[in-house]
Design a protein around this ligand. Structure first.
Ligand SMILES: [Zn+2]
Length: 407
């Protein structure tokens, strides 16, 4: 996964669910992102910070950024070839495949580090093997699967995010490896705050600090140390989930860059580019999405995206449609049609795997799952019956009170 959305504290999510008063959602006038999205800001023209930030790309001197990038890489490249030039956190997806190719083109010798996903799909496995085949050293770091399943369930029940452990390890593992192998530079892809719209200070920064992770890394107020003592989890189980000490980071001098700062990032373009290097896409539109080229590596992603819809009233299809709108590939009204077709569907399957199998893997029954869904649903955003209960269709589908701004 490469997206770190759903940044909010558990407390805020619970406050939402306490107030059943219906409240129309306000949407960005330019794209389809709603104001309910955490860490998004709307200006006086009703435009969201992600659109505003995207427009700022026109003012960037990309040629100058390229020179800047080459200077950074030159500074960190191993002079005698005894260490790697950089760590790249990779999933095998379109973006990380592109990142690795770009770094190889620039003459870098990277160590690729994968934080194994919660429930790796077959296509995800094939894309990892494809990435290795580009000719790189590669480390796959898999956390204890027994503990991991417990953490998945705890995080789903406590903060409504089954993918919490994945969001944590995607950031912690490359940094831990960098410290341990004394590699000073970590090359990340897009700064999630750029495309998805966060506070300007975070959006323009090009290094990843521990503070950044804590603020915007999608931890939802659940700290790694909070897990100790729950479900027999001990500190020794949490080593890979723990960010290195500031002292260790400083001793090695680890720093990070976001490639999206140096090159104009475009998911679709990366997907097409990566395919010319063997990256494989899904044969159909992915459930809950509106494309077939991203989030291919984890069967739990359907549940993750569905909870975003329950909490904030928008799903993956809205994100992708909005990215295309910003790039002028879709008109807003046509994007809305696609969103109506795909967004927020109950995740009966993801990448073809049944939700019952996904839930069985984390030891949760379907009824328990529906209870957790209801607990995290922001009832102000969805149609309820006269008793104030969520009106679920036969296919479990919820209806939003409004899916666009009133005329
Ligand atoms: Zn917008």
């Amino acid at each position: 996964m490469s997206e770190y959305d759903g940044v909010e504290t558990a407390t805020r999510a619970l406050i939402h669910t306490r107030s059943p008063e219906p409240k129309p959602i306000v949407y960005c006038r330019s794209c389809l992102i709603p104001e309910t999205k955490p860490d998004i800001f709307f200006d006086e023209d009703g435009m969201c910070s992600a659109c505003r930030h995207y427009d700022g790309r026109d003012d960037v001197d990309w040629a100058a950024r390229r020179v800047e990038l080459e200077a950074v890489l030159e500074r960190y490249r191993s002079k005698d070839g005894t260490t790697y030039d950089c760590v790249i956190g990779v999933s095998g997806g379109k973006d990380s495949t592109t990142q690795v190719i770009r770094m190889l083109e620039l003459g870098m010798n990277p160590l690729c580090v994968t934080a194994t996903t919660d429930e790796l799909s077959d296509i995800g496995r094939r894309n990892i093997e494809n990435l290795k085949g580009l000719g790189v050293d590669f480390l796959e770091y898999t956390t204890n699967p027994i503990v991991r399943r417990r953490v998945n369930k705890l995080a789903l029940v406590q903060v409504g995010d089954i993918s919490w452990p994945e969001h944590v390890t995607i950031f912690t593992l490359p940094v831990r490896i960098a410290v341990q192998m004394r590699i000073k530079l970590i090359v990340w892809g897009e700064n999630p705050q750029n495309e998805y719209g966060g506070p300007a200070a975070a959006a323009t920064g090009n290094t990843l600090t521990r503070r950044w992770l804590e603020e915007f890394g999608g931890l939802l107020g659940l700290r790694v140390t909070d897990l100790v003592g729950q479900e027999d989890i001990e500190p020794r189980h949490l080593i890979p989930y723990t960010y290195p000490d500031d002292d260790d980071l400083a001793r090695v001098g680890v720093t990070g860059i976001f490639l999206g700062y140096y090159m104009p990032w475009d998911g679709l373009q990366n997907a097409i580019f990566a395919q010319s290097y063997g990256f494989e896409t899904w044969p159909q539109t992915i459930e809950g999405s509106l494309c077939n080229y991203e989030n291919l590596d984890n069967h739990q992603t359907g549940i993750h995206d569905y909870f975003k819809y329950l909490k904030y009233g928008f799903g993956r299809a809205t994100d992708i449609a909005s990215m295309h709108v910003r790039r002028g590939r879709l008109r807003r009204e046509d994007a809305l049609k696609l969103v109506r077709l795909h967004d927020g569907k109950f995740p009966w399957t993801y990448l073809g795997k049944s939700i019952h199998d996904v839930l069985e893997n984390i030891d949760m029954t379907f009824d328990e799952f529906i209870d957790v869904c209801d607990r995290f649903t922001n009832k102000r955003l969805f149609v309820t019956d006269r008793h104030g209960e969520l009106a679920r269709g036969a296919d479990q589908h919820l209806t939003k009170i409004n899916d666009d701004n009133p005329e």
